[in-house]
Design a protein around this ligand. Structure first.
Ligand code: BJW
Length: 260
């Protein structure tokens, strides 16, 4: 049974850590967007896509073997992300960034999410480790390719660019390299922060899953916000066991961060 007084004590402890931070890195995962009704990767997919496994579709091999199914799946998700709204968890992180900026505390938001909800909540300089589903590109040349805007379904599958090449979402699939610029910013921020908040990620997909370990090794404190335990929990100086849409605003209110 979860004891609510544990949450109160954890909120107090975490607020003290945030208030005394000299550099904060936040890493978000699919869980922060769950309250915006975007399913996590570990959630079963719905309706039409109930029998498809995200871990098998999010690969270059799946795209090569069946570009139509893979691009239909991504277009379905692109439209869903466009319809979704940021939730109180996204808004709280935007407020935390503004608070850090006012105090001169370095702050970096790293996200594994492809939905762009952090930017729509007001966060700036968001580091998209796994790219974004809202931008597409020529699968051969890498040139940008625009799906219909304002968002409406792509008409012909698989979509092709003017050159006749396949188009694909600008995301990072298993086995692909992360964008080097994003990895560079993340490495620098992880190496120099003293507080690392892991929010709504199962901490199973690398290299992002290794960031908390790196922070912990150099003496930084790790905070986990997640309703479930993860492989990272053992490293955490504080754990907020609950939904990020409830926990992050509560944490910031305790820490005295305005604008939440
Ligand atoms: C809530 C909540 C609420 C629910 N509030 N929380 C080292 C060791 C072993 C393997 C590797 C390694 N290094 C690299 C690898 C291989 C691989 C990998 O990590 N494999 C693992 C499966 C082991 N990594 C890669 O291939 C990466 N590339 C790379 O490293 O290049 C170099 C290299 C290549 C090959 C070999 C070696 C090196 C690329 C990874 C790309 C990941 N891409 C995806 C798809 C993006 C496109 C798309 O959207 O389709 O990214 S996979 C998917 O997982 C997506 C996510 O960003 C990512 C992480 O998932 P996340 O965010 O954690 O979501 P969930 O669903 O897992 O968890 C949700 C959590 O939320 C849960 O904990 C819930 O409890 C919680 N939650 N409601 C707060 N309200």
């Amino acid at each position: 049974m979860h004891d609510p007084s544990d949450t109160e004590a954890a909120l107090d402890r975490t607020a003290a850590i945030v208030r005394s931070a000299s550099g904060i890195v936040v890493l978000t995962g699919a869980g922060i967007s769950a309250e915006s009704r975007i399913p996590t990767y570990r959630d079963a997919m719905e309706g039409l896509w109930a029998s498809f496994d995200p871990q098998r579709l999010a690969t270059p091999e799946a795209f090569a073997a069946d570009p139509e199914t893979v691009t239909r799946w991504y277009d379905f998700r692109r439209l869903r992300c466009a319809e979704a709204e940021p939730n109180p968890g996204h808004l709280a992180l935007a407020a935390l960034q503004a608070w850090c900026a006012a105090r001169g505390t370095p702050f970096t938001l790293l996200t594994q999410n492809v939905d762009r909800l952090h930017q729509r909540a007001g966060s700036t300089d968001v580091v998209e480790l796994h790219g974004t589903i809202m931008a597409w590109r020529d699968a051969e040349t890498g040139e940008p390719w625009s799906p219909p805007e304002p968002p409406e379904p792509i008409r012909d599958f698989p979509p092709r660019t003017d050159r006749g090449h396949l188009a694909r979402p600008d995301v990072v699939w298993f086995g692909e390299m992360l964008p080097p610029a994003a990895v560079g910013i993340a490495s620098e921020a992880v190496g120099s922060c003293d507080v690392f908040l892991s929010v709504g990620t199962s901490s199973q997909v690398y290299p992002a899953a290794g960031f908390a370990e790196a922070v912990s090794r150099h003496g930084g404190r790790v905070i986990e916000v997640n309703p479930e335990s993860t492989p990272l929990t053992r490293l955490a100086a504080a754990v907020l066991r609950g939904r990020s849409g409830a926990m992050l605003p509560a944490l910031l209110a305790r820490a005295g961060v305005v604008g939440v």
